[in-house]
Design a binder for this molecule. Sequence first.
Ligand SMILES: Cc1ncc(COP(=O)(O)O)c(C=O)c1O
Length: 377
Amino acid sequence: MNSPTPTSWLEIDLNAIQNNYMELCRISGTKVAAVVKANAYGHGLIRVSQAVLDAGGEWLAVARFEEAEQLRKNWIMAPILVLGFTPPDRVVEAAKENIRLTVFDAQTAHHYSTQTSERGMRVKVHIKINTGMNRLGISPQEGVEFTRWLSNLPGIEVEGVFTHFARADEPALDTTERQIRIFEEVLDSLKAAGVKPPIVHASNSAAVFNYPKAAYDMVRCGIALYGLHPSPETPLPATFKPALSLKTRLTSIRELDAGEGVGYNYRYYTTNKERIGTIAVGYADGFRRVMGNKALLRGKEIPVVGSVCMDQCMVSLEGIQDAQVGDEVVLIGKSGGLWRTTEDVAKEWGTVNYEVVCGMADRLMRKYIYTNNRNDG
Ligand SMILES: Cc1ncc(COP(=O)(O)O)c(C=O)c1O
């Protein structure tokens, strides 16, 4: 079926995501929970989750309960772990929908227990231990006591225990080794007390490569699933493939004389006669309003000139004589032999690749590339 021509769109290669998922399984040697929070890092929550499950995925992880709810509304029935805080008034739904919650404080846990046990229900929870990230989690010293107490609360089933690394993408440092040591001390004490939960997990994408010993029963991978490098110090092996491209169209071409201003506040002036094009991507699409952006057209790199507007921006078409209205313009991805990566853009924006893809706006149509090779036989 032909889909209508979009003005500006994201092309998402679901086969690349499946490839990356299988690589993560192979390299980690354990279960991989696909981290699909933040609309699957901008790639599209439902389609990405379905693709991972089609490739044999078992677990999904999100940041908020609302994201898990959206998955269930779309008939995605795999186990889901909510990594962040869930308000107690959602716990009955969590129990009903078999959504696992993260627990890291006694008061909230107590509220969960009251709500579920009153209705004869049980909610599965994973206890988060703070081993040094200092964001969420109970202290390692309280680990055993808290787990014992929680395991005896009615309406609660303690299914997992986990931690999160702060600097796993910086392998030269000893921070992660310290976090692993602290976590393993907690695990040993839980084992000795006979309350070790069945699923232990700690690693994000970077840790899969840098700390294979911390794979335990499951790893939680986001960035590598999308084929993006965890950090400059932790590049992905060449077997991983980036899944996302950002594309738009050339919507207008004009010839300007020397000394003419372009766009809001005239932050660009032509120095000679110059052909200026307009493209249909702006900061409301997640394309940042910074100077020095670049684009690819007909296999050549061209500069974005002037301020990025809300829905559009201008490019210099010098050196591209054959450019035509309607031409495809690539902001992230390949054009001819050239490739602008998410990492190139992140560097120019002074941020990380995570923020670039998570910032892609909802209004960008997501065009999925997907060949289902599964034998449903
Ligand atoms: C608790 C937790 N686990 C796992 C991940 C996945 O991390 P990454 O995208 O680096 O693989 C995140 C993402 O920030 C997270 O917050």
